[in-house]
Design a protein around this ligand. Structure first.
Ligand code: B12
Length: 225
């Protein structure tokens, strides 16, 4: 086993014990221009570790035309677990003498354009966790889009994964259920304004208070029954 494979397996095992279900590593070279980080922040960082937790199907079942308070709580807990695991893996990498830059599960740096430092979807796609689906989300073969993502950038030697091919096939459930018709045949047809305005409305529901929806997530369950 190479040192890259050993590091990969050990880090994966560490977070699998703490609630992470999907783990992959992206080579940052092809995607580094799409990360909103300074040269200093990115210096020497070659890999993007992408991790995901799986959402409860039972929580999603309750979503009909709007997000539920159970979903809002679950979304928060998923973010907390992801942030904790990114922190944990960062500590472990630093203990081994390498650099690690954790990116928050859900943090925005440009409110107008709704941008984060790093798009977890771009890294997850490059790390092979899934493909960019018609719903513009990462779709994992087994769990569909019912996953939340996080990223840690690092220079610890790691084996890298490969992207997977678009696998939505003839499935268009997300397009059919979207209440504002924000989705199209291909992910680049995603209409940000329609989606964002709807999420702003949803955030006014008492107890929700966040830009969440969950309708296209519920519809995209992959091979999970
Ligand atoms: C801001 C934000 C939003 C904004 C949308 C902004 C946007 N345009 O992305 C709003 C509030 C509307 C939103 C909505 C939702 N979000 Co949101 N959101 C984020 C957040 C915090 C930042 C996203 C970001 O920076 N986007 C920036 C753009 C540049 O990146 P991108 O859209 O991923 O990719 C684009 C580029 O790659 C570009 N592109 C493609 N190829 C190429 C090639 C080149 C060369 C270039 C230059 C560009 C390019 O096109 C892509 C599509 O626009 C992320 C967390 C994170 N840090 O990633 C969560 C995140 C994307 N959201 C998520 C979710 C689940 C949702 C919702 C379902 C709400 C909910 N939780 O119920 C909806 C679904 C919307 C949808 N169908 O896409 C999850 C997605 C999980 C998954 N399975 O994919 C994330 C990753 C949070 C997480 N930690 O898991 N979100």
């Amino acid at each position: 086993m190479t040192v890259e494979e050993r590091n990969y397996n050990e880090l994966k095992e560490l977070v699998f014990e703490k609630g992470i279900t999907l783990f992959g590593v992206a080579d940052l070279e092809p995607i580094k221009d799409r990360l909103l980080l300074s040269e200093n922040e990115l210096k020497g960082l070659k890999y993007g570790i992408s991790m995901a937790v799986v959402l409860s199907k039972e929580v999603l079942e309750g979503i009909e035309e709007k997000p539920t308070i159970l979903y809002k709580w679950h979304y928060r807990q998923a973010n907390i677990n992801l942030d904790n695991n990114a922190f944990l893996i960062t500590q472990e990498i630093m203990r081994r003498g390498y650099k690690a830059l954790p990116i928050a599960a859900s943090q925005i740096i440009d409110w107008q354009k709704q941008l984060a430092h790093v798009s977890h979807r771009i890294v997850a796609e490059a790390a092979g966790l899934g493909w960019r689906g018609r719903n513009n989300l990462i779709v994992n073969e087994k769990y569909g889009s019912q996953i939340r993502l996080i990223t840690v950038l690092t220079d610890i030697p790691l084996k890298t994964d490969k992207p997977v091919e678009f696998g939505c096939g003839t499935c268009r459930r997300c397009i059919d259920v979207c209440p504002v018709k924000a989705l199209g045949e291909t992910p680049d047809q995603y209409n940000f304004d329609l989606c964002f305005n709807q999420l702003k409305e949803f955030s006014k529901i008492q107890g929700v208070g966040q830009y969440i929806c969950g309708i296209c997530v519920k519809a995209c369950y992959g091979k999970r029954k």
